[in-house]
Design a protein around this ligand. Structure first.
Ligand code: PMP
Ligand code: GLU
Length: 398
């Protein structure tokens, strides 16, 4: 007799989220009384701006607590379309080409479910955020990693993306600025992705959730704005990172109606709509002043500089300077240990939680991801613990 499984084959193929699981573990250890610093989760440590909270709480107090349009309240869809025109040079019809989501993550799930049949392939440059692979797999698709390397500044080698295209290829997922490396894709690199997508008629899911967190005068370029790309791009963004609104669970997708409409149907059947009063807060976030956002980015600039300084000279460690995001992808290959060994050692012996790099793809082996969404004081102590841990692991005296 065939063995019966409680869990579907689809879900059995999926791994837990290393980022979420490790953050939960760090929280549990801290609750048990251990002195734990957690730099594992990608979550801004700032408060949601006060005017955003006010708009949502006013909405709630006035009874705006019921279902909304499945695609999102018209006001928010308009504010999103205005934002995309103003900041990204993208023209979308707020009536048919914008979908408000209960978190950007949901948008990745919808796109995979909508556009991948069993065995269809989705290409993704790696290292990449942990959920891309698993959501492609959950949808029955084949996730095709395209490796990049720190030695090459995480740029795709020439022709590398196209080399992975087959007759089964349907979609590319691109995330710039990139979690976990902090790489920002240049206009020239994006043009190569666009060329491959156009030539092979592929959809591109472009995750721009870290677009605001850029360093050294870098400019964010939206792939959907390149010639011939608006018709095949789904631009994904959200409020978690740009406005420190992770717990609000709010994101959005924009793209041509032929790609948005199937996703709306998925939303109707799964979430119905995003949280009503959170959507009112999001309107205030997009239409209000950006002082809180500017201050947040300035703090990240200082923290990045602080860490670059404190981590220089740590034995077995080399640091790729991030161009955007609040992550650092620390290269610990010099310690002679695996990502997991280093991160377990740092958690068990130094009380410091960071995500092992191989959770972001095989080419992340030998790295660990640090999130510098923490106070300078915490980061100074974290750097001391990294130094202490790596000295012990490499047998170097302090
Ligand atoms: N994309 C990337 C690259 C992320 O790092 C995250 C993590 N939060 C998300 C999407 C999902 O964000 P949200 O909180 O809006 O679901
Ligand atoms: N995106 C963040 C991270 O990479 C939050 C956790 C998650 O959603 O994966 O840590």
């Amino acid at each position: 007799m065939m063995e019966k499984h409680l869990i579907s084959a689809r879900l059995r193929a999926v791994k837990p989220s290393a980022t979420v699981a490790l953050s939960d573990r760090a929280r549990t250890l801290a609750a048990s009384g251990r002195d734990i610093i957690s730099l594992s989760a990608g979550e801004p440590d700032f408060d949601t701006p006060a005017h955003v909270i006010r708009a949502a709480s006013d909405a709630m107090a006035s009874g705006f607590t019921h279902y909304t349009n499945a695609a999102g309240i018209p006001e928010l869809r308009e504010a999103i379309a205005e934002k995309l025109a103003r900041e990204n040079g993208l023209r979308v019809d707020p009536g048919r080409e914008v979908l408000v989501l209960p978190g950007a993550k949901q948008g990745v799930a919808y796109a995979c479910l909508a556009f991948l049949d069993d065995g269809d392939e989705c290409l993704c440059p790696e290292p990449s955020w942990v959920s891309f692979r698993e959501l492609v797999t959950l949808a029955g698709g084949r996730y095709i990693p395209v490796a990049t390397r720190a030695e090459n500044d995480f740029r795709l080698a020439s022709g590398e993306l196209e080399r992975h295209v087959t007759s089964k290829s349907r979609m590319i997922i691109l995330n710039s600025p990139t979690n976990p490396t902090g790489k920002v894709w240049s206009a020239e690199e994006l043009e190569e992705v666009a060329r491959v997508a156009r030539k092979h008629d592929l959809i591109v899911l472009v995750d721009e959730i870290y677009e605001k967190i850029l360093y050294d005068g870098r400019k964010h370029v939206s792939l959907a704005g390149l010639p011939g790309m608006a018709e095949r791009c789904l631009t994904l963004n959200g409020f978690s990172k740009a406005f420190a609104m992770t717990g609000w669970r709010l994101g959005y997708l924009a793209g041509p109606a032929r790609l948005i409409e199937p996703l709306l149907m998925l939303q109707q059947h799964t979430a119905t709509c995003a949280v009503s009063f959170a959507q009112k807060g999001a309107v205030a976030a997009l239409r209000g002043d950006s002082r809180a956002q500017d201050a947040m980015v300035e703090a990240f600039v200082r923290r990045r500089a602080l860490l670059m300084d404190k981590l220089s000279g740590v034995p077995g460690l080399s640091v790729w300077k991030p161009e955007g995001t609040f992550y650092m992808f620390l290269d610990v290959r010099g310690s002679g240990r695996s990502s997991l060994e280093v991160s377990e050692h740092l958690l068990e012996n130094e009380g410091l939680a960071m995500t092992p790099g191989d959770a972001f793809g095989e080419c992340g082996q030998g790295f660990i991801r640090l999130s510098f969404a923490a106070s300078e004081k915490t980061l100074i102590e974290a750097a001391r613990r990294i130094d202490s841990g790596l000295r012990k692991l490499t047998g170097t005296r302090g």
